[in-house]
Design a protein around this ligand. Structure first.
Ligand SMILES: Cc1cc2nc3c(=O)[nH]c(=O)nc-3n(C[C@H](O)[C@H](O)[C@H](O)COP(=O)(O)OP(=O)(O)OC[C@H]3O[C@@H](n4cnc5c(N)ncnc54)[C@H](O)[C@@H]3O)c2cc1C
Length: 322
């Protein structure tokens, strides 16, 4: 058998259809992002994948049932099956905090790449004195980012919300109040600290939104976006102005310092995410752009609540390599 091994962007995607067997090996970057040498390939596959996944899944189940008749009792979800909206109690917290985040004082935020270089990388240092935070090589620090004040303002204007208005949530029989949300809470606080107004909405988001739609035309459009046939349209809709708000998820950063060399300090290196789409305004990564905007010299003391997660890398206790 003749075998070709190629970096993904060196492979002509048009030949894919005539291959009998293809194995992809990829090490993702960041939060599952494609590495640099497969960006074009991924763009192509991403545009096609959602539109073909449902027919592929049907064929998959057919094959599974013919090979394993005992699985016939498994009933795949119907396409028209209503989405079950998870409640706070039924879904385990996506990222349980090992202990309450520690408000670490931002000591410095310096660009370490030359201003002529395309990538803005920041060296950021926190003061963690007073905490019992311990970390070693390979550990990761986590924190929740905030939206920029101008994005909060724009979001409120678009939705005709008064940022100063306050509201309180009450727990219902099956739904608890989100623990991070203060009671009462202002609209500004909700948008700034809890809603990821810059995120790209995914197919499941539109499916969820359709269950809340009261207008039949809007409901139909949202369902179209969440169907297999609507994927091309959804892709182009989402990559023009992004129109949704998702819950802010914590971001991880590999710790770039040692407590032995810098006691009471925790340092990270952050690459500021900035990229162009069809939109006029360049897209900015939520957390990295927020970091880039923090300036303890100009803004006075800045505190970032953070916590440390053990990394998955384990270094051998003995110094000599095995
Ligand atoms: C264990 C771990 C350790 C990490 N360590 C570090 C670290 O040490 N330093 C560091 O800088 N980051 C690190 N990251 C990544 C970091 O957590 C964030 O994902 C990163 O900073 C971007 O977050 P953001 O909020 O700025 O961007 P987001 O608002 O989350 O936006 C990022 C998203 O933008 C989109 N995007 C980005 N570039 C493009 C493009 N060119 N074209 C189209 N879409 C694009 C992608 O969908 C991407 O997922 C780590 C992640 C993990 C999981």
């Amino acid at each position: 058998m003749q075998v070709n091994v190629l970096p993904l962007d060196h492979y002509n995607v048009a030949s894919l259809i005539s291959e009998s067997l293809v194995v992809f090996v990829s090490s993702t970057a960041g939060q599952g992002d494609p590495p640099d040498n497969m960006k074009n390939f991924w763009k192509f596959v991403f545009r096609k994948a959602d539109a073909v996944i449902d027919p592929w899944l049907d064929a998959f189940w057919e094959k599974v049932f013919s090979l394993y008749p005992s699985m016939a009792a498994v009933i795949p979800l119907r396409e028209d099956e209503p989405l079950r909206i998870p409640t706070e109690q039924s879904v385990p917290s996506q990222c349980p905090l090992p202990y309450p985040p520690f408000p670490a004082r931002l000591v410095s935020n310096c660009r370490v790449t030359d201003s002529s270089h395309f990538q803005d990388v920041r060296h950021i240092e926190f003061d963690i004195s007073g905490s019992d935070i311990q970390f070693s090589a390979g550990d990761v620090v986590m924190m929740y980012p905030c939206n920029a004040p101008e994005d909060v303002q724009q979001f409120c204007e678009l939705l005709r919300l008064d940022p100063g208005a306050t509201f309180s949530l009450r727990a219902t029989g099956s739904t608890a109040v989100p623990p991070r949300l203060p009671q009462p809470c202002s609209v500004r606080h909700l948008v700034e600290k809890h809603l990821d107004v810059a995120a790209v909405p995914r197919r499941s988001f539109f499916e969820l939104l359709s269950t809340f739609a009261t207008n039949e035309v809007e409901k139909e459009k949202l369902l179209e976006f969440s169907s297999a046939a609507g994927q091309d349209e959804l892709h182009s809709y989402c990559n023009r102005p992004r129109r949704s708000a998702l819950e802010i998820q914590p971001r991880s950063f590999s710790i770039a310092s040692s407590l032995l060399a810098h006691p009471q300090r925790l340092q990270i290196l952050v690459a500021v995410v900035r990229y162009k789409t069809k939109m006029y305004k360049p897209r900015r990564g939520l957390c990295s752009s927020w970091f880039a905007s923090l300036d303890p010299q100009a803004q006075g003391e800045v505190y970032v609540p953070l916590w440390v997660k053990k990394g998955s890398l384990k270094f051998p206790k003995e110094k000599d390599p095995p």
